[in-house]
Design a protein around this ligand. Structure first.
Ligand SMILES: Cc1ncc(C[n+]2csc(CCOP(=O)(O)OP(=O)(O)O)c2C)c(N)n1
Ligand code: SF4
Ligand SMILES: [Mg+2]
Length: 284
């Protein structure tokens, strides 16, 4: 069992002061502590982006991969040792742009992992180009006359792909986000959490105050998270922005379907008596 401060690292995050990434980092630490996990039981995997730096700022196992490939890297780690609590973090560009194919397939496969997207509706690290969640009409460095693309809807996509836990949080509401991440990690199956994360540098038109004005909590309005059709409707709302759990159901997880590893993680298998000389001969 670990406390939040025991998850701290000795260096400061290299994020702009006020960035929403801080709220996600604090909430993730809070969720790990709340669930009574130990640092050696957790791995945090990322792609590339401002968000992708997060594994450097938390004292668990960590891996910063390449842009758009956080989910495949995490899948490999998870299949090698599915007893590790696998948490994947990344940006909206990383997950919904170059990584979109991986996103859909990870949602449908129901790995027992948690995927947290820092959704700031911009490419932060590369200094402010449109991302797949930048809304149509928004002016950015790469779309000075306003984006002509229709934005993607991450919770709707996750629901359509068959995700068994679909949620959205706000990095400016740390108690709520901590609770949401803890629920996601505790969920047996894929837990997807899109997080509204203000980028105070490149999305000055999308400040904390606007999120506070627009968001409301699903649980405060009696939403039933076991109702998939209701979740679809909520995910399509645009006038107000719902946060909380859209949908949750229990289904067998991916590793349940592989008897070879369901009982004991691959990494723990005794391979000392397996003769691999034939394979070695074939490949070398
Ligand atoms: C294969 C590849 N393509 C493009 C890049 C350049 N690149 C780095 S981060 C990034 C986008 C970052 O935006 P996002 O994923 O939303 O993360 P944020 O910085 O906003 O947290 C891009 C395009 C790269 N590093 N690798
Ligand atoms: S550029 Fe935006 S997302 Fe990146 S650290 Fe600064 S505020 Fe955060
Ligand atoms: Mg981004």
């Amino acid at each position: 069992m670990v406390t939040v401060s025991e998850l701290n690292v000795p260096h400061m995050p290299q994020w702009c002061p006020g960035c929403g990434d801080f709220g996600i980092l604090i909430s993730l630490k809070g969720a790990i502590a709340k669930l009574g996990l130990n640092p050696h039981e957790v791995v945090v995997v990322s792609g590339i982006g401002c968000s992708g730096k997060l594994p450097h700022y938390i004292k668990t196992y960590g891996y910063e991969g390449i842009h758009g490939r956080a989910l495949p890297a995490a899948t490999g780690i998870h299949l090698a040792n599915h007893k590790l609590t696998t948490i994947v973090v990344g940006g909206d560009g990383d997950g919904y742009g170059i990584g979109m194919g991986h996103f859909i397939h990870t949602m449908r496969r129901n790995f027992d992992m948690t995927y947290i997207v820092h959704d700031n509706e911009i490419y932060g690290l590369t200094t402010g180009q449109t991302s797949p969640t930048t809304k149509k009409g928004v002016k950015t460095k790469s779309t000075p006359f306003g984006s002509i693309d229709t934005e993607v809807n991450p919770p709707l996509l996750a629901l359509a792909a068959g995700a068994t836990f679909v949620a959205r949080g706000f990095s400016g509401d740390i108690p709520h986000l901590t609770e949401l991440i803890a629920k996601g990690i505790a969920h047996r199956g894929i837990a997807f959490i899109d997080v509204f994360q203000p980028c105070v540098t490149y999305r000055k038109d999308l400040p904390y105050e606007l999120y506070q004005k627009k968001i409301y909590k699903l649980e405060a309005e009696g939403h039933n998270p076991s109702d998939w059709e209701a979740a679809l409707k909520k995910a399509r709302e645009t006038d107000r922005w719902p946060i909380g759990v859209f949908y949750q159901e229990q289904k067998p997880i991916y590793t349940d379907e592989i008897p070879f590893i369901s009982e004991s993680p691959l990494a723990k298998h005794d391979i000392s008596k397996i003769d691999i000389s034939k394979f070695v001969e074939e490949f070398f």
